[in-house]
Design a protein. Structure first.
Length: 296
């Protein structure tokens, strides 16, 4: 089954860009206007994030989001047959910063969010960085599709670690210099997450990235990547700290959330709005996990 699916997808990836994007536009029409895929979630998220914008403005952001969302799948498919030379033209950024960090001998954690196109940026980091790049992934139930995705993501020798085994296996990888890519905006269980304001609403964030950076004494680099034009992306890398252990409990997470919000405000449609970002309401029971309090 793997070879049948792979052969079909590879053949499809040979279709010219303009035709694939035409397909993306057609599917957009079906997804947005006919099926309404997670439309209520998207509009609810945008209303919370941008209460100052009117309904017309939020709808415009939503429509652009759906186009970006579908283009991500088309562009990922195209990568099956895309040459290194073609790919190099489509991803730019200040990757030199990672080379400079590598030369210090320190490992690094890259904290970013679910921006488009995260697949291209993962490949870009693996290709242009001297680090051993480690990516964490969620397994896909379909074994054939999961195998294809792993093949795609490991094209530039990315080391892929399942989220389910990460806790038990990462310590072996951390023995030598590495760069760990993390989408640190994952929704956290309310009783375990750190609560801080995200677009003015208290929201629980995962604490693993902060704890890992302190435990391994890695540099922390914030990353904002975004579409320059259709099929072309740019990454801005920004060193947050090379000494994570000097920060008080929660400060790293709080600064990351502030950075994440500022990036989203710059390019609202570049973020994955189809997941429920504010599905938990704050309760005093969680007060011990609140990091953004008056007087902080």
């Amino acid at each position: 089954m793997y070879y049948i699916i792979y052969g079909f997808l590879y053949t499809l990836s040979l279709v010219p860009w303009r035709i694939l994007y035409f397909i993306s536009d057609v599917v957009y029409g079906l997804l947005y206007y006919v099926i309404g895929y997670r439309k209520k979630v998207v509009m609810s998220n945008l209303k919370i994030a941008f209460p100052d914008k009117n309904e017309h403005e939020r709808i415009a952001i939503a429509k652009e989001f759906y186009h970006n969302f579908l283009d991500t799948f088309i562009e990922t498919l195209k990568f099956l047959s895309l040459s290194d030379q073609q790919f190099s033209k489509r991803v730019t950024g200040n990757f030199k910063l990672l080379t400079e960090l590598y030369e210090t001998g320190q490992s690094v954690q890259l904290h970013s969010g679910h921006f488009f196109n995260w697949e291209y940026m993962n490949w870009g980091i693996a290709k242009y960085s001297p680090y051993r790049f480690i990516g964490v992934y969620l397994e896909i139930p379909n074994k054939a599709i999961n195998r294809i995705v792993l093949k795609l993501r490991s094209r530039y020798n990315t080391i892929l670690v399942s989220a389910y085994t990460f806790r038990n296996t990462f310590h072996q990888l951390a023995k030598t210099q590495f760069a760990l890519g993390l989408a640190a905006d994952q929704s956290a269980p309310p009783e375990k997450g750190y609560w801080t304001e995200f677009f003015g609403k208290l929201t629980p964030f995962v604490t693993g990235p902060e704890k890992g950076a302190i435990r391994n004494n890695t540099a922390i680099v914030f990353v904002h990547f975004y579409k320059v034009k259709r099929g072309y992306y740019h990454a801005d890398f920004e060193v947050f700290t090379t000494d994570p252990r000097r920060f008080a409990h929660g400060e790293i997470t709080k600064n990351y959330v502030s950075y994440l919000e500022s990036c989203i405000r710059k390019k609202p449609a570049n973020y994955l709005w189809s997941h429920r970002r504010w599905k938990h309401e704050y309760n005093e029971v969680y007060s011990k996990n609140l990091i953004s309090r008056a007087g902080d």
